[in-house]
Design a protein around this ligand. Structure first.
Ligand SMILES: *Cc1c(COP(=O)(O)O)cnc(C)c1O
Length: 355
């Protein structure tokens, strides 16, 4: 079988070593003679996995002491309502930079006033708005660091006079971030951290005292999950285990700084090929191009050329580059675990398919 170059937008490629270690644990976890899939989450063996997972996340992102690292469920989409349920008392500010940001806004509106301080909807979300003002009177400000569907990425974060919350689902661990700037960061695991099923939340513990007075069901209560160290109920054990192994691979390669260099090399290689090609163009503003998800389309509609291209990348073992329906064309997702050689394989196709 030829190697498959996996450009899937999510769930997405993970380190091969994460699969190998997980397979061993499915058969015999930590010498228990039992599978990771059939053992209590309250065993010392699994508690050690939780401790290691928390520790490696704190280490990789250099998370200050005053933050909790939580492993929750319900996907990043559940954060869209868990955040306002806890913290939207009167009003909140949001940027509207894509499909996921719009989803977060929609849910927040169930709880109070939402002030959309900046939007890129006028150009089908193909850029990151800048130079907007965040009111001092809102309860928090929410942004999306990487817009997975439209292929734009924030290269810097605004100074916020109110707690800054960020959806980092599709670029967490892809580059260093100054966690102390944020009051809450969240990410569904299945883009750049691990398999689907766990949602990472990094929260400044000072936020626990800023919760709304509305009743908060236990499963939506960040403070309770923090106090119980993500063991209030059964955590998504297998997703946490595989995430740990994937992050161990990130650490072995040199951590998030090494990932940032690797991701820049990969995205430069692809964007240069798109820019040079007479057939394709990128869909987003250059300065805001995502290093994780590159969206590109044909310069002109040409069904014959398109069929040729589609046949060529399939032939090269490339998978998962069909664009999202809201952009069309192609989207190549280049998460941490995707090797440079896979991007090179796609670039080769872009450069030669029409010859
Ligand atoms: C995929 C994605 C989501 C949705 O994540 P789920 O875990 O499927 O709920 C939210 N935000 C961003 C930026 C995403 O890429």
């Amino acid at each position: 079988m030829t190697k498959i170059h996996n450009f899937s937008a999510g769930p997405s490629i993970l380190a091969e070593s994460a699969f190998q270690k997980s397979i061993a644990d499915i058969q015999n976890f930590a010498g228990t003679g039992l599978s990771i899939l059939e053992i209590s989450h309250r065993t010392k063996e699994f508690e050690s996995i939780m401790d290691q997972a928390r520790a490696i996340i704190k280490e990789l992102l250099q998370i200050p002491e005053n933050y909790d690292v939580l492993f929750l469920q319900g996907g990043a989409s559940s954060q869209f309502f868990q955040i306002p349920h806890n913290f939207l008392i009167n009003s909140a500010a949001y940027t509207k930079t894509g499909t996921w940001a719009s989803g977060a806004i929609k849910e927040a509106k169930l709880y109070g006033e939402v002030n959309v301080v900046a939007s890129s909807e006028d150009k089908n979300f193909n850029y990151i708005p800048k130079n907007y003002a965040i009111p001092e009177t809102v309860d928090y400000f929410h942004c999306t660091s990487n817009n997975t569907i439209f292929g734009t990425q924030m290269k810097a974060f605004p100074k916020s006079p109110v707690p800054l919350f960020c959806d980092m689902s599709s670029d967490i661990f892809s580059r260093p971030v100054d966690v102390s700037q944020f009051s809450l960061i969240y990410a569904g695991a299945q883009k750049n951290m691990g398999p689907a099923g766990v949602t990472l939340v990094i929260i400044d513990k000072a936020m626990y005292d800023k919760r709304s007075s509305r009743p908060i069901p236990s499963m939506l209560d960040y403070k309770l999950h923090g106090e119980k160290e993500s063991m209030y109920n059964t955590p998504p054990v297998f997703s946490i285990l595989v995430s740990l192994y994937n992050l161990q691979w990130v650490k072995e390669l040199g951590g998030v700084n090494a990932m940032a260099a690797r991701n820049k090399a990969k995205s430069d290689l692809l964007y240069n090929a798109i820019d040079k090609s007479p057939y394709f163009k990128g869909t987003t503003a250059r300065d805001d191009r995502s290093e994780m998800n590159a969206c590109f389309v044909f310069e002109e509609n040409d069904p014959e050329l398109e069929a040729k291209f589609n046949a060529a990348w399939k032939e090269a073992g490339i998978s998962g580059i069909k664009g999202h329906r809201s952009v069309g064309g192609y989207r190549a997702s280049m998460y941490n675990a995707l090797p440079l050689e896979s991007v090179q394989a796609l670039v080769n196709v872009i450069e030669t398919f029409a010859l």
